[in-house]
Design a protein around this ligand. Structure first.
Ligand SMILES: [Zn+2]
Length: 63
């Protein structure tokens, strides 16, 4: 019988990874994970700040 392990591709570099016991899944390594997180943060910074609350500043004074 062939034991099939769950495999997945790293969304960053496309490398085949072992799913089981991989703390960085779905990435192949911590590096790819950090790079992907950095990408998301970068995209966040690029977003226009239209959703900034305008009435919360007064609340901060009360606290
Ligand atoms: Zn990778």
């Amino acid at each position: 019988m062939v034991e099939e392990k769950i495999k997945a591709r790293c969304p960053r570099c496309g490398k085949l990874i072992h799913w089981e016991g991989n703390p960085y899944r779905p990435f192949c390594s911590q590096r790819c994970k950090l790079i992907d997180l950095g990408k998301w943060i970068d995209e966040k910074y690029r977003l226009p700040s239209e959703e900034l609350p305008s009435g919360d500043e007064e609340r901060e004074e009360e606290m």
